[in-house]
Design a protein around this ligand. Structure first.
Ligand code: COS
Length: 392
């Protein structure tokens, strides 16, 4: 493992997060579900624990975890309702990583320390009303005007937009280029004139998370705010794709966390619940469901760890990240379905967490690239490699 922090420190961080998840987050899940909001005191505790800075390099005040280590930590916090991870997730993942991966030294110095403490919140602004899966088809424009760019357009379903201090925003800087070329990534402070954050969306699950539309009306940012500086003009789509590649392994950590929780819940219930005069865990049809879930969890963990190790070693991971994201999020959907089945009628009642988790994990097969987009990426790369003579 290409550890960024030593093994002892990492184990301490992991144990601390595991304790925090079980002692503080899981007991607050019901309140979050009912109020559709996170208690601010808990968000402050997360800041104090350093959760906002897990992936920010140590030199900028973060914990500097490798992706392998981040996977293990996120899988711990991922046992709790997904809303908890979501509030710091954009700082650890898609909101900050464009700056970490492609940012200039000045941009890193300006923003990463605040992102690490949680004093600065970053959102990733790619999706638009007419550009979801077809991210390269986005129509928000950033047109050059002297030393500035002037941004107009609308972004949709932007996670943590309500709290964001800055946006990693993808916009079309070359209107003559229709597709992925001609897009640049910008750091846009949300207090810039002309930005309006809409009211938050009502969702099927993941209560307590926040997604909002953002509109831009003649929003003026200096050319120096292009992630990586002006030499990365029209290179922003690639920045977004690199961020998403990495983010898809982070997503797998969440799927693994939720899968572990579901299996714990289902096994506990199956052991306690008696029918036909015995524990239902003794019935082979129930055992088959538990076994399938356990095996799929193991496959998800193993794939994600392998992909994270390759990422940390600097290897290309686009195919692996897509495989891991597709497999682990589809698997957790099946695992949630089986957990509800094992709980029987009780599984349909909000009294037990599996009913909520069943709804919460549904989004995982959609956000940060649908299963169908992952299939497209995997197949495209496979066909290209094969055409070039590469055999598995
Ligand atoms: N890493 C680095 N560069 C990448 C890349 C990656 N993973 N994927 C693509 N690129 C590059 C390509 O190499 C290409 O570069 P050149 O122009 O130099 O050849 C450029 O980016 C355009 O790539 P491509 O032609 O593959 O773009 P497409 O428009 O066909 O789109 C998909 C590709 C479908 C993969 C992309 O739009 C996508 O991931 N969509 C899903 C978006 C998403 O996940 N949204 C979730 C919401 S945001 S949380």
């Amino acid at each position: 493992m290409s550890a960024h922090v030593d093994e002892d420190t990492f184990q301490q961080i992991k144990q601390m997060v595991r304790r925090f998840t079980h002692e503080r987050l899981i007991p607050t899940e019901q309140e979050v579900e009912e109020t559709d909001a996170l208690p601010e005191s808990l968000v402050d505790e997360m800041k104090e624990l350093g959760l906002f800075g897990l992936s920010v390099p140590e030199q900028y005040g973060g914990m500097g975890l490798s992706l392998t280590q981040e996977f293990e930590v996120i899988a711990e916090v991922g046992q709790a309702a997904l809303a908890f991870r979501s509030v710091f997730g954009t700082n650890v993942g898609i909101g900050s990583q464009g700056i970490v991966i492609d940012g200039t030294k000045e941009q890193k110095q300006q923003w990463l320390p605040g992102l690490a403490t949680g004093d600065v919140i970053a959102s990733f602004a790619l999706t638009e009303p007419d550009a979801g899966s077809d991210a390269g088809g986005l129509s928000t424009r950033a047109l050059r005007d002297g030393d500035d760019f002037v941004i107009n357009g609308t972004k949709r379903y932007i996670t943590n937009a309500n709290r964001a201090t800055i946006l990693s925003l993808m916009a079309r800087t070359d209107p003559d280029q229709k597709g992925a070329r001609g897009i640049s990534a910008f750091i846009v402070p949300t207090d810039t004139q002309g930005i309006t954050i809409g009211k938050h969306d009502k969702k099927m699950g993941q209560k307590g998370t926040r997604t909002c539309d953002i509109t831009f009306e003649n929003v003026r940012v200096p050319a120096a705010n292009i992630i990586g500086g002006t030499e990365r003009l029209n290179q922003g789509f690639k920045t977004a794709m690199k961020v998403l590649d990495r983010g898809r392994i982070h997503m797998a950590a969440l799927a693994v966390g939720q899968a572990r929780r579901l299996i714990n819940e289902a096994a506990g219930y199956a052991i306690d619940r008696k029918q036909f005069g015995q524990s239902i865990s003794q019935f082979q049809l129930v055992q088959a469901m538990l076994a399938d879930s356990r095996a799929e969890l193991y496959a998800s963990e193993t794939m994600a760890r392998d992909a994270a190790r390759k990422f940390d070693a600097g290897e290309p991971i686009t195919t692996e990240a897509a495989c891991v994201k597709m497999f682990s999020t589809e698997a957790v959907g099946r695992i949630a379905d089986r957990a509800v089945q094992i709980f029987g009628g009780a599984g349909y009642m909000s009294e037990y967490p599996v009913e909520r988790i069943y709804r919460d994990v549904r989004l995982m097969r959609i956000y940060e690239g649908t299963t169908q987009i992952q299939q497209l990426i995997i197949a495209r790369n496979l066909i290209a490699d094969h055409t070039n003579g590469t055999r598995l």
